[in-house]
Design a protein around this ligand. Structure first.
Ligand code: NAD
Length: 321
């Protein structure tokens, strides 16, 4: 069995490799070659932790496995560890033997950023110039870095409930040599692409605060009850997602579907656009919305890529298991 520890991931995984892995697996999901297993998520009654599994099988990429982990809210304060902890386990689909164990913390941020980035590549207007960020936490920096590679952006604007965190966005804009401007939510009308990545449980962005032709990637809502945008925005937009079953149950679309504003059949898989069985954006005025819920297959795809890179570079740890 191969082990790739968390400490090695930063030196191995690139944004390009994460993008390619996620784009391929979204395509495989849409063509029926890959599927996710039902998600398990449990409050374990110890350390206030939420623990669970996300798994799946990609017949095209021959990736089988699961990501196990969750959220330990006391880690940072009590132990100096990050609160999100996860590990990916890969299995040989021919034999069922354990193939690899891979640190999943950094990979989670990279695969989540790759998902919105894939949506921008396939759905945003080619001439997009202004990117708007809602959220400025840990994931937001990864999201912005990856998104900036997709279009010739000239400016970053941002809003966050906690304004002191906006320096995170400023830092990434500085790295890219772009101006950054904090804005009120009404200012988001100037954005051609918007990414929302918060842990909000109430709508933040109003439907009338999004201009025509905008592409918005809603990335924060990954649990029942969470919400980032006005459900009316989903009625107004053409809605895409990683996986429809998750979109309507734990994704941003859960609210618009529950209110009867849209139905499951109004939501398309982003993979269908990648596979060209869906035309994607049809006009420069259309609002496109990607509901990125986060699927297990994304984790497996980036973990498999990292195992290949670790073997190639001779830094994979091999154990007799
Ligand atoms: P973080 O704790 O570092 O940042 C949280 C962000 O949400 C900050 O910008 C904070 O100001 C904002 N926020 C907190 N409470 C809010 C509220 N009530 N209203 C509006 N904004 C609020 O967290 P993070 O690691 O950046 O994760 C952000 C979100 O992304 C979480 O909800 C997480 O579960 C989700 N996430 C989704 C995926 C996916 O695949 N879709 C993957 C990883 C994380």
């Amino acid at each position: 069995m191969i082990i790739v520890p968390e400490r090695e991931i930063a030196g191995l995984m690139t944004r390009e490799a994460a993008f390619d892995a996620v784009e391929k697996v979204f395509a495989a999901m849409a063509s029926g070659d890959a599927y996710n297993f039902p998600v398990i998520r449990e409050a374990i009654g110890h350390e206030d932790a939420l623990y669970g599994f996300k798994g799946g099988f990609d017949k095209a990429g021959l990736t089988l496995g699961l990501k196990a982990g969750g959220y330990w809210p006391n880690n940072l304060e009590k132990r100096g560890l990050i609160n999100h902890q996860s590990t990916v386990f890969l299995f040989d689909p021919d034999t069922g033997k354990a193939r690899a164990m891979v640190g999943g913390n950094l990979l989670t941020a990279l695969r989540t950023a790759a998902a919105s980035s894939v949506s921008i590549r396939h759905l945003a207007r080619q001439d997009a110039k202004v990117i708007g960020m809602i959220g400025a936490g840990h994931q937001a920096k990864f999201q912005l870095r990856a998104a900036l590679e997709q279009r010739d952006f000239q400016k970053v604007i941002g809003w966050n409930l906690h304004p002191e965190m906006l320096s995170n966005l400023q830092e990434v804009a500085d790295e890219a040599g772009l101006p950054f401007e904090p804005v009120e939510l009404d200012g988001m009308r100037d954005a051609d692409v918007i990414i929302s990545i918060t842990s909000s449980f109430d709508a933040i962005l109003g439907a009338d605060q999004v201009g025509p032709g905008t592409h918005i990637a809603c990335m924060g809502t990954d649990t029942k009850g969470k919400q980032e945008v006005d459900p009316q925005l989903l009625k107004k937009a053409t809605v895409f997602t990683d996986e429809i079953a998750q979109s309507v149950s734990i994704g941003e679309a859960q609210h618009a579907v529950a209110q009867g504003l849209i139905s499951e059949s109004d939501i398309s898989q982003l993979g269908a656009v990648i596979n060209k069985t869906h035309p994607g954006r049809r006009s420069d005025d259309e609002i496109t919305l990607f509901d990125g819920t986060g699927v297990g297959l994304q984790d497996l795809a980036v973990a498999a890529a990292v195992v290949d890179l670790a073997v190639e570079k001779g830094i994979a740890i091999e154990v007799d298991f």
